[in-house]
Ligand binder design. Structure first.
Ligand SMILES: [Fe+2]
Length: 282
């Protein structure tokens, strides 16, 4: 039996997983990884140095991969289904996408079934900046005062890409709005996301635009208050990348973000996303 060791990083989020690259799809290992992902939300495999074949094989053992439509640098998608994230091409949509990742967000809030997990592999570590932050929504929701939970219970929230775009530009043009709305128009969700395993998450983050039925300033204040609550240090883990690191994160239970870096920093990541299995109840 292949040895896999898991050690928690903080009290509420993250674990380091130690296993050899050759062993990640050995019998019993993918199921142990999935179980640990449920427990810790973020799994770090320090300098495991998976090659792309091993990365894809592990992704396929953990779930069903999302199809890759385009890569972040505008190059053709990898035939292996890997999404490349870097800042080395000058494509406005892709640059906005990468820059937008610097805000706390959940992936897939335009869908009824957001992705289940994301795997990120560091091909080239940034010379400076470019960490990735994770905040446990499960832990943060649990810690809310019971009265606050009750107040939030039946609220509904609107998400859209324009909410992110307005953070990037002081004066967006009509063209900008058209571009954003074409990708991710306003979509309504419950604010509180009760999941099958009994845990509860919150649909907040950069794409959250307003609370349905509340004046704009009141809704914004609630979303901001929850964002600040959930991203307190005790609920977060910030990963500083080294070449060869692999991180797997449980998307529906987290907010995540990148920290700024510039195109000279040389940060290149390979990513796969696993299709969701947990629908947002409507
Ligand atoms: Fe993301």
């Amino acid at each position: 039996m292949t040895a896999l060791t898991i050690e928690g990083i903080t009290l509420l989020i993250g674990a380091n997983v130690h296993i050899a690259a050759d062993d990640v799809i050995n019998e019993g290992i993918p199921s142990q990884i999935l179980q640990a992902l449920g427990t810790y939300s973020v799994l770090v495999f320090p300098r495991i140095h998976l090659n792309d074949e091993q990365f894809i094989a592990l992704s396929n053992h953990l779930g069903e991969k999302e199809a890759v439509k385009a890569t972040a640098d505008g190059s053709a998608p990898s035939d292996k289904g890997v999404y490349r994230i870097s800042l080395d091409k000058d494509d406005k949509t892709q640059l906005e996408y990468v820059k937008g990742n610097d805000f706390w967000h959940m992936d897939g809030t335009s869908y009824k079934v957001p992705g289940k997990a994301t795997l990120l592999k560091c091909e080239s570590a940034p010379s400076e900046g470019g960490d990735t932050g994770f905040a446990s929504l499960f832990a943060a929701y649990d810690a809310l005062p019971p009265q606050r939970k009750q107040q939030l219970e039946n609220m509904r929230v609107r998400h859209c890409l324009a909410a992110v775009g307005r953070k990037l530009y002081e004066q967006p043009t009509e063209d900008d709005y058209r571009r954003w709305d074409a990708v991710f128009p306003s979509t309504e969700h419950p604010l509180v996301w009760k999941q099958r395993d009994g845990r509860t998450s919150l649909l907040i983050g950069a794409t959250a635009d307003s609370i349905v039925g509340l004046p704009e300033d009141e809704g914004t204040a609630i979303l901001q208050e929850l964002l600040e609550w959930c991203t307190q240090e005790r609920f977060t883990y910030r990963h500083h990348w080294q070449k060869g690191d692999l991180v797997i994160f449980n998307n529906p239970g987290l907010l995540h973000r990148s920290y700024p870096y510039n195109d000279a920093a040389g940060r290149v990541m390979h990513r796969t996303t696993l299709k969701g299995t947990e629908a947002i109840a409507h």
